[in-house]
Design a protein around this ligand. Structure first.
Ligand SMILES: Cc1ncc(COP(=O)(O)O)c(C=O)c1O
Length: 461
């Protein structure tokens, strides 16, 4: 196709998109007069829109996904070669990349031993909930079926994943929800429920214990937690938090399910977020960065003792895990995931995340000295957030429209795409989220920090 034809085809696609596609998490009113952005090319950290404008993507595909960056030919080739060889068969049978990726993945997850494939983060979490529920049925006469979740965490888009999500606006109008999911309070020290206390982490974790005791420990089978809350405002757990959570889970025989959909595969500088805290989970779920968006794949990973419970010879009809995910049998996912993991290892990206993450953090801390609108900076590795307030003393959050204006300024004036809390809460949609690809250089970080500097200044002058 020559360049004129190419441009024409792109314009037609923009018009078809505007007319026919229902975009995610989007208010379509403005799209009646202006087409939504369409991206036509990606290379490294950068994407290009249909008008030829380039952007530095500090949000890894808008949803912390493209961990190894855009335009990776080696992943595309691995997927192509696998697809022409064998594209799909139900996971009732094995396939080579799924077997190979499971082995490699488990090497990075000491203590974990089985990988169950599906195709989205929500679905991986649903599998975990079904595992907890079936264990309750097998071992506890169905009584220990409740699953706890934390205020501000997000676990997915399906009704049951939303039922376990602690975000009011994400859930609003989508009820009634699945019964048996119970919320406990957040662990955001900046908004401490007890003022300035020295043992905030332990107190916040004990809120989980309080809810367990209220519900009755013999009714609670599992708890699902993000290692660091992502879309709920980049909330790093306070000191002492994870140790106490682990102790409480042991004390009441409650399975610990960690949702690594965002933190998994290197985002925090370790393979998995929980590995920063020495936690020993029973179930780990992951999606997004597993194949960096080159193919859809998610995994629900369990320990061997959990898997063993489903090898139940006493009940051949109902004893095993009677679940299936059609697209869990696509081979493109594990083929892409294997190559994605090779890239992270060979390019030493975990180290890059630690180095550039510190550099990003120091840039953001300097911005905080300059702009009183920044109330808090938090995060780990290439996963950082800025909580914006009207007044540092009262910590009153800025309105979501301020973040929308900052994001628009970064994008339009500096060509930098950033993330932000988006219609998740009644009042706390006030955190900017940065999650550049794990390949970010210090020049990229400088561009991101400078863009934010100018955008925040534009809001305050
Ligand atoms: C922590 C977390 N868990 C689960 C999900 C759901 O993943 P998916 O959109 O692939 O269903 C998300 C998506 O943003 C997430 O951030």
């Amino acid at each position: 196709m020559n360049e004129t034809n190419n441009k024409f085809a792109t314009q037609m696609a923009v018009a078809a998109d505007q007319k026919n596609v229902w975009h995610h998490l989007s208010d379509h009113a403005p799209y009646q007069t202006a087409a939504p952005m369409m991206l036509v090319k990606g290379e490294g950290m950068r994407v290009e829109d249909a008008n030829g404008k380039q952007y530095l993507d500090a949000a890894s595909g808008g949803l912390w996904t493209v961990n190894v960056g855009y335009g990776r030919e080696s992943i595309a080739k691995a997927v192509y070669e696998q697809l022409v060889q064998m594209n799909f068969y139900s996971q009732t049978a094995g396939n080579i990349p799924a077997a190979q990726f499971a082995e490699k993945l488990l090497e990075k997850m000491p203590g974990m031993s089985r990988v169950y494939y599906s195709n989205s983060g929500s679905e991986a979490n649903e599998k975990a909930y079904k595992i907890v529920r079936q264990i309750a049925a097998k071992k506890y006469d169905g009584k220990k079926h409740k699953i706890l979740f934390r205020e501000r965490d997000y676990h997915g888009t399906t009704i049951t994943a939303l039922s376990s999500t602690g975000q009011f606006e994400r859930k609003n109008q989508y009820g009634p929800f699945t019964p048996g999911f119970v919320e406990f309070p957040h662990c955001l020290q900046y908004r401490s429920q007890w003022g300035d206390v020295s043992d905030y982490g332990v107190r916040a974790a004990k809120e989980m214990e309080r809810v367990i005791l209220e519900q009755g420990p013999d009714t609670v089978g599992g708890v699902v937690l993000e290692p660091i809350t992502a879309g709920g405002g980049v909330i790093t757990p306070p000191e002492g938090y994870w140790e106490t959570i682990q102790e409480i889970c042991k004390k009441y025989d409650i399975l610990l399910h960690i949702d690594e959909v965002v933190c998994g595969l290197g985002r925090t500088g370790e393979w998995f977020g929980y590995q920063n805290y020495g936690v020993k989970p029973d179930i780990v779920t992951m999606a997004k960065g597993v194949a960096s968006g080159y193919a859809a794949i998610s995994c629900t990973v369990t320990t061997e003792p959990i898997f063993d419970l489903f090898k139940d010879e006493s009940d051949p009809r109902m004893g095993y895990f009677r679940d299936v995910s059609t697209f869990g049998g696509c081979t493109a996912g594990p083929a892409a995931a294997l190559e994605n993991m090779r890239i992270i290892e060979d390019e030493n990206l975990l180290q890059n995340v630690r180095t550039q993450g510190e550099y990003l953090r120091s840039g953001l801390t300097k911005l905080m000295e300059k702009h009183s609108m920044i109330g808090d900076v938090r995060g780990m590795g290439l996963f950082q957030g800025l909580e914006l307030v009207k007044d540092r003393g009262t910590k009153e959050p800025v309105d979501e429209t301020v973040l929308m204006a900052i994001a628009a300024h970064c994008q339009n004036e500096s060509g930098v795409i950033i993330g932000r809390t988006n219609r998740s809460f009644r009042e706390f949609n006030n955190t900017i989220a940065l999650s550049p690809a794990l390949i970010a250089t210090s020049d990229d970080i400088d561009l991101i920090v400078n863009a934010l500097d100018k955008a925040i200044a534009a809001q305050t002058h």
